[in-house]
Write a protein that binds this ligand. Structure first.
Ligand code: PNS
Length: 166
């Protein structure tokens, strides 16, 4: 049986930590769908289209990985694709409560879908999308924290934001 897993997230922006989880998951499952969450009530730094485009460019080296955006419940999206696993990355223990709660709710909603957690690599354990956003907005160098496609997008975004504010 071919295995399909979903790797969901906000990816606002995608980081090297996300890419590492994608690469490792792509060796564990036959297919990975990176699910870019779109929540109409949430404010994002990057648009859904920007997050998807940056991920598509970053994962093209992995032939069994594709990127799709989704709205609504993750379990509905997973079911619509026939996924049997949800992959999430774990960094510090501070991630655990949120991940535990999400995994419990997802299991209640879709008992046939299991959650699988991949521990971060040491070098990415400090890294988060919110840290990258803050560094980028405050003019710091984020190039060692994100894939090249994301670095390019962030530079353009920051430049256009500062032009529109001046
Ligand atoms: O990168 P994030 O912000 O931690 O990703 C969170 C995400 C998008 C995976 C989560 O918010 C999600 O699954 N949203 C879809 C709504 C849903 O299914 N909620 C019930 C499970 S908590």
């Amino acid at each position: 049986m071919r295995t399909l897993a979903i790797y969901p997230g906000s990816f606002d922006p995608p980081t090297l930590g996300h890419l590492d989880v994608i690469e490792r998951a792509s060796k564990m499952f036959d297919h990975i769908v990176v699910g870019v969450g779109v929540n109409a009530k949430k404010e994002y730094f990057l648009t859904a289209e920007e997050r998807v485009a940056a991920l598509v460019e970053s994962v093209h080296v992995f032939p069994n990985v594709r990127v799709e955006k989704f709205e609504g419940l993750l379990t509905q999206f997973a079911r619509s694709l026939g996924a049997k696993s949800i992959v999430r990355g774990l960094r510090a223990t501070s991630d655990f409560d949120y991940e535990f709660q999400m995994a419990m709710v997802n299991r209640r909603l879709a008992p046939e879908i299991d959650s699988a957690f991949l521990m971060t690599k040491w070098e990415y354990s400090y890294l988060s999308s919110s840290i990258v956003r803050e560094v980028a907005i405050l003019g710091g160098d984020f190039s060692s924290m994100v894939p090249p496609a994301v670095a390019k997008l962030l530079s353009v975004k920051i430049a256009s934001n500062s032009v529109s504010q001046s």
